[in-house]
Design a protein around this ligand. Structure first.
Ligand SMILES: [Zn+2]
Length: 363
């Protein structure tokens, strides 16, 4: 409440006596705003990175990491070229290839971009990879996940407001993981990620319409699939989205697809939806972040004063009625795909000179 008092004092000092009523009105409005602000969590960049690192850890535990430095080096080269064109080039950008046949990509806050082996197999060239990575990078630079959770009030500060920095991180990891793994962005955020993503791809020299080409292959793969399924599960209707991407792309000039280099580095074979191996019942993280050994303990409401108002109860409910197929869980085969056994990060270092040499190959 100290903040409120201080603000009222400032307002009344700043107001001449003649404008007293106006000042009072403004003070009341200011008070209301402060009350609203009190309910919103401020997430610093440090906390954002910490949340992102922990969410990435859970994604790696769920799907495993392809233990192949060469493929990581290749994906990170494309990703770093894109990331350095953004307003947040200084984030510790990390590109991770998840070990699953499911087609997916996940943007975890603070600079962690994940793409699956299945998504790499489905893409036909480097420009399509750049389109997908650019889209995910834009979700991070625009802080879509953190902002959506703040707006949705999925997590609110309790009345006593004594949440420490670490407690805010702990309280947000679960909801952020849920949002990231379910790809549950709203339409506006998806459109923004498309638009900014293809602009990044074009800035580096890739044909921006390649993202639409990838979506078209993905749409064909998902035809007849009723459940929410993996990458772009909640994205705006794919047809209108592809049209918009192509319209935006038409204003940008680059045309490089870089298919030969892509095929030299990515040798995975795409699996159709029906042949993607499905995670067995009860697998870690299967129906959400709350099941399995990698789950964080639920924050203790009273002690932390950070109340999860709309936490992962939905997935807990789902996990209680889990059956043998992904469809029965309300998730599609890509989202429900099995993952590899090794969650360890594959660290690669790419020098500025190496990146410059790599960029020369975009033509
Ligand atoms: Zn998206």
């Amino acid at each position: 409440m100290r903040q409120v008092v201080l603000t009222l004092v400032v307002l009344s000092l700043a107001s001449p006596a003649a404008a007293q009523f106006g000042a009072l009105d403004r003070a009341q409005k200011g008070l209301k705003k402060l009350e609203q602000a009190r309910d919103e969590i401020v997430v610093t960049e440090d906390q954002e990175r910490q949340i992102g690192a922990e969410v990435s850890e859970k994604l790696r535990a769920r799907f495993g990491v392809v233990q192949d430095a060469a493929v990581h080096r290749y994906v990170a080269s494309v990703g770093l070229l894109l990331a350095r064109e953004t307003s947040r080039a200084g984030l510790p950008w990390t590109f991770i290839v998840l070990d699953t046949d499911g087609v997916n990509a996940f943007a975890s806050p603070g600079g962690y971009v994940h793409i699956t082996r299945g998504a790499l197999a489905l893409a036909a060239n480097e420009a399509q990879l750049a389109g997908v990575l650019g889209h995910e990078i834009a979700h991070i630079t625009e802080r879509h996940t953190i902002n959506a959770i703040r707006k949705s009030k999925a997590v609110q500060l309790g009345a006593e407001r004594s949440g420490s920095r670490r407690e805010i991180v702990t309280a947000l990891v679960g909801p952020v993981y849920e949002m990231v793994i379910e790809n549950s962005f709203d339409r506006g955020d998806e459109n923004e990620a498309d638009q900014k993503g293809i602009a990044l791809a074009a800035a580096v020299g890739y044909a921006p319409a390649a993202l639409a080409d990838f979506l078209s292959v993905l749409a064909a793969r998902n035809r007849g699939q009723r459940e929410r399924n993996g990458l772009f599960a909640s994205h705006p209707e794919t047809t209108s989205r592809m049209e918009k991407i192509r319209r935006d792309a038409a204003r940008l000039t680059p045309t490089a697809l870089v298919a030969a280099r892509y095929k030299a580095h990515v040798k995975y074979a795409a699996k159709d939806l029906a042949s993607v191996p499905q995670a067995p019942e009860g697998a870690a993280g299967l129906a959400g972040s709350t099941s399995g050994k990698t789950a964080e303990p639920a924050p203790k409401k009273k002690k932390l004063s950070l109340g999860l108002l709309k936490p992962t109860s939905k997935s807990e409910g789902e996990s209680a009625q889990v059956s043998a197929s992904g469809g029965a869980r309300g998730v599609g085969p890509d989202r429900n795909a099995t993952g590899g056994p090794n969650p360890a990060l594959v660290n690669v270092t790419i020098s500025a000179a190496e990146l410059a040499a790599f960029q020369k190959g975009i033509a």
